[in-house]
Design a protein around this ligand. Structure first.
Ligand SMILES: Nc1ncnc2c1ncn2[C@@H]1O[C@H](COP(=O)(O)OP(=O)(O)OP(=O)(O)O)[C@@H](O)[C@H]1O
Ligand SMILES: [Mg+2]
Length: 406
């Protein structure tokens, strides 16, 4: 380790150097600007003690010190210090008349506020510039998932089938998903469950290509997902995410987000399916109710159902419900899921849930653990098998009973 003595330049010597270069520059400027003999020293961002020291040193030599600092107090204190010194030191040297001194004071008074303002604007500019830099960094980021030589496909060309072949996802030095092989035929409701962090959301993210797998292939609607134009793929897949994001717009606009035109009928149809229509009408401004900071705050369950309506509105071939009704009570959830089955018919559904009660609605269920499928079957067959699924079911039943007793 370097000894502290020669490792870094002491702060005071750095400051002194900066100070002398400042004074040289300002000294040249001073004659042009004010027509005064002597120097002007500008102090910016200095501590109070340092500012005073400069004021004292330079003031004694008949210089003018201008303090510029966002801290108004500091600037004012330094300025008054100089004035005091300037008023006494300069006449004694005899190179300034009383008239000049008065003139000088008048200039100084006129300069104070503009210079303070300049300091503030400079600080604001610097903050703004830093923010802009961060924003540009974000905008310049290349997306990891892009169109790569896509086939000329439209939504009508795709079926509802989803197939994974030996899929693995490697991130941060470990396999988050591994050896996933799976076929979900059109129209099937596939239940996905497992403990928290087992890879359920990641598996679902592969279908609309929010991520690409590290190994293996994903097929959607009969084509490899990578070869489908992203716009087509995302039109075909509707996702009701675990943590829905709603915009500070009207409910109508939030639900119509994925539609090409703002189709009110379509929006209401989707809202009915999502079991939120009545609640929306109960708001004072109905579908025109603005959400967010300047509008209405929705409950967790309401947010989830608005997000579900958004996913449904575009009539997706593949619907992904990522714990999409976790904040809704089980009876309402059952009603919504039943409704979905009746209306959407042939659509393929990924039903991700922690609740085994929810998974009853699935045709086939896979259980994930550590990114692998550890069990699969129907609700009944999995309960019988007495594995992880049965264990999760048992724990949930105990929790429900506990709540009833409590
Ligand atoms: N973008 C990512 N980069 C790296 N690791 C990730 C990423 N997304 C998720 N993970 C990790 O992958 C694992 C699986 O995450 P995932 O979100 O799929 O879990 P989950 O089964 O949906 O859990 P939950 O039931 O809590 O929603 C977790 O350990 C998580 O920390
Ligand atoms: Mg998840």
């Amino acid at each position: 380790m370097a000894s502290p003595r020669n490792s870094v330049m002491s702060p005071s010597s750095t400051r002194m150097r900066a100070m002398s270069s400042f004074s040289r520059t300002m000294g040249l400027m001073s004659r042009d600007i004010l027509g005064l003999e002597g120097r002007i020293v500008m102090v910016t961002g200095a501590g109070r003690g340092f500012g005073r020291a400069i004021a004292h040193g330079y003031g004694r030599n008949g210089a003018t010190v201008i303090a510029v600092d966002p801290d108004v107090e500091l600037a004012t204190s330094v300025a008054s210090e100089v004035e005091a010194l300037g008023a006494t030191a300069i006449p004694i040297r005899g190179d300034m008349s009383v008239g000049q001194l008065v003139q000088f004071n008048a200039y100084l008074a006129q300069l104070t506020w503009p210079i303070l303002g300049l300091g503030r604007v400079m600080a604001m500019y610097q903050r703004g510039f830093t923010s802009l830099k961060r924003l540009l960094e974000l905008l310049d980021r290349e997306p990891a998932v892009r169109d790569e030589d896509p086939l000329p496909l439209s939504v009508a060309d795709l079926s509802g089938e989803v197939r994974l072949e030996g899929v693995g996802l490697w991130r941060d030095g470990r396999w988050l998903l591994k050896d996933l092989t799976l076929t979900v035929p059109e129209g099937m409701t596939l239940g996905i469950t497992g403990r928290t962090g087992s890879g359920k959301s990641l598996l679902a993210a592969l279908v609309p290509r929010l991520m690409d797998p590290t190994e293996g292939r994903v097929y959607v609607g009969g084509y490899e997902a990578r070869r489908i134009p992203l716009a087509t793929l995302r039109q075909a897949v509707g996702v009701a995410p675990q943590e829905p994001f709603l915009f500070s717009e009207t409910i109508l606009e939030n639900i119509a987000y994925g539609l090409e035109t703002l189709d009110r009928e379509r929006v209401e149809w989707a809202a009915r399916l999502a079991g939120i229509h009545e609640e929306i009408l109960a708001f004072p401004r109905g579908y025109e109710t603005v959400l967010g900071e300047r509008g209405v705050t929705l409950s967790g369950g309401q947010r989830q159902r608005v997000a579900l309506a958004r996913a449904l509105a575009k009539g997706p071939k593949i619907l992904i419900l990522d714990d999409a009704l976790s904040a809704v009570d089980t009876e309402t959830e059952a009603r919504i899921l039943q409704g979905l089955k009746g209306v959407l018919g042939r659509q393929t559904t990924f039903l991700i849930s922690h609740r085994t009660a929810t998974l009853r609605h699935a045709d086939w269920i896979i259980v994930l653990d550590g990114g692998r499928i550890v069990e699969e079957g129907t609700h009944e067959s999995l309960l019988e098998a007495g594995g992880l699924y049965a264990e999760l079911d048992r724990i949930q039943r105990m929790e429900v009973e506990g709540e009833v007793e409590g």
